[in-house]
Ligand binder design. Structure first.
Ligand code: CTP
Ligand code: MG
Length: 373
């Protein structure tokens, strides 16, 4: 049967509090609206009706057009969710209609298919999930009873309807419902259920967005390498700790090749250039600066880019100093500075190259970053 999907994406997202419509929240480099379009495209309905925030109708039309739906309409939303659904429904031409929240952008397309199939036996079908927590009824912060959870489910979207039945139900009501299945129930229609999916989590609060970013966000790795030669004076600082029995390394800054390799791995993972392009020799304030100044600077840039560090691994390549005896101290200092676990490894070059005769210290670092909310 000809099936339309009405994607409601016109909400303000007040509880999320980003200051932009919720469908504009970004996870993994794409908005919730784009993620929702991607799953709906996998279902490939005969028609998609997008209900957009009024100011974004043309923008959403352009984005949705890029997904090559069989047929596409874009309309502005209304004051309430129900108003938005009515606006979308006015353009739906299918015998069946699936109403879906853009806020459930990651609902797998299989659920769209099973809702559609179940509509052969019902005027309305919802995806539902079992409740695993024990449910309590509460009044004024005090428990007044335990609810029998075996007779409850969590209702999700897409909710499926025989289009004519939903149209009739909407015309006949003066009340406002939080979902259309509730409207149908209120008018005595039987509502069927199919198994929903935990992936169809509704992004409502900042915590939901954080969960969704952990589950669907992109992780990025970066690599950084640096080498400096020993000078003839001064005290070595390596990995942001002091090594009094060794001479300092040379460099525009303090020559801390471990810190510099870490900085490049962080900047590389974030796609933000490298230590030279951010804190280069043309910036006098970085002349002689300690390695931790660059690490802190890189961490600030990463934060501004909406990313956080998962971990860093750094390998020192040098004949001296011997890292092993101070590995724990080094890892603790760097982990505290970076705010995530930093592991430190060391190796020599088996008598090969400029590092073999203890002329300098090289380091290679990798960093893993993920999106933060
Ligand atoms: N929605 C809509 N038009 C409205 C209200 C909501 O299209 N006037 C859509 C939202 O975009 C969302 C879905 O309905 O995809 C579920 O609503 P909800 O989670 O409440 O989203 P918001 O209304 O945006 O959030 P809030 O209530 O926190 O403002
Ligand atoms: Mg709302």
């Amino acid at each position: 049967m000809f099936t339309s999907v009405v994607l409601v994406a016109a909400g303000k997202g007040e509880r999320l509090g980003l200051g932009v419509p919720k469908a504009e929240a970004v996870i993994g480099g794409k908005t919730l609206f784009e993620h929702a379009l991607q799953t709906i495209k996998a279902f490939d309905p005969a028609q998609l009706v997008v209900v957009a925030p009024a100011s974004l109708v043309e923008n959403y039309r352009q984005i949705a057009t890029g997904f090559s739906f069989q047929s596409l309409e874009v309309v502005a939303g209304g004051e309430t969710r129900q108003d938005s659904v009515s606006n979308g429904l006015s353009k739906a031409t299918g015998e069946l209609v699936l109403v879906h929240d853009a806020a459930r952008a990651f609902m797998p397309s299989e659920v769209f298919t099973s809702v559609t199939k179940a509509l052969t036996g019902y005027d309305c079908v919802i995806p539902a999930l079992p409740v695993t927590d024990t449910l309590k009824s509460v009044a004024d912060g005090e428990v007044s009873g335990t609810v029998d959870r075996s007779t409850t489910v969590r209702s999700q979207t897409p909710q499926g309807f025989k289009t004519a039945a939903l149209r009739a139900a909407l015309t006949q009501t003066n009340s406002n419902f939080t979902d259309e299945a509730a409207l149908m129930e209120s008018q005595g229609f039987k509502v069927g259920t199919v198994l929903g999916s935990e992936l169809g989590l509704k992004v409502t609060t900042p915590q939901d967005l954080e969960w969704a970013k952990l589950r669907f966000g992109i992780a990025r790795t970066g690599i950084g390498t640096d080498a400096h030669r020993f000078s003839e004076a001064g005290t070595l600082t390596l990995g942001c700790i002091s090594w009094p029995e060794h001479l300092a390394l040379e460099g525009h800054s303090d020559g801390d090749s471990v810190a510099h390799a870490i900085v490049d791995s962080l900047l590389g993972a974030a796609g933000l250039g490298d230590i030279g392009s951010n804190f280069g020799v043309d910036r006098p304030e970085y002349s002689g600066a300690a390695g931790k100044v660059f690490i802190k600077g890189a961490l600030e840039l990463i934060k501004q880019a909406g990313l956080e560090v998962v971990n860093v691994s750094v390998q020192v390549i040098a004949d001296k100093p011997k890292i092993g005896p101070r590995r724990g101290e080094l890892e603790a200092a760097l982990s505290e500075l970076v705010g995530a676990p930093v592991s430190v490894l060391a190796t020599t070059t088996d008598g090969l190259g400029f590092l073999a005769d203890a002329r300098g210290v090289a380091a290679v670092a990798t960093a893993l970053l993920r999106e933060r909310s």
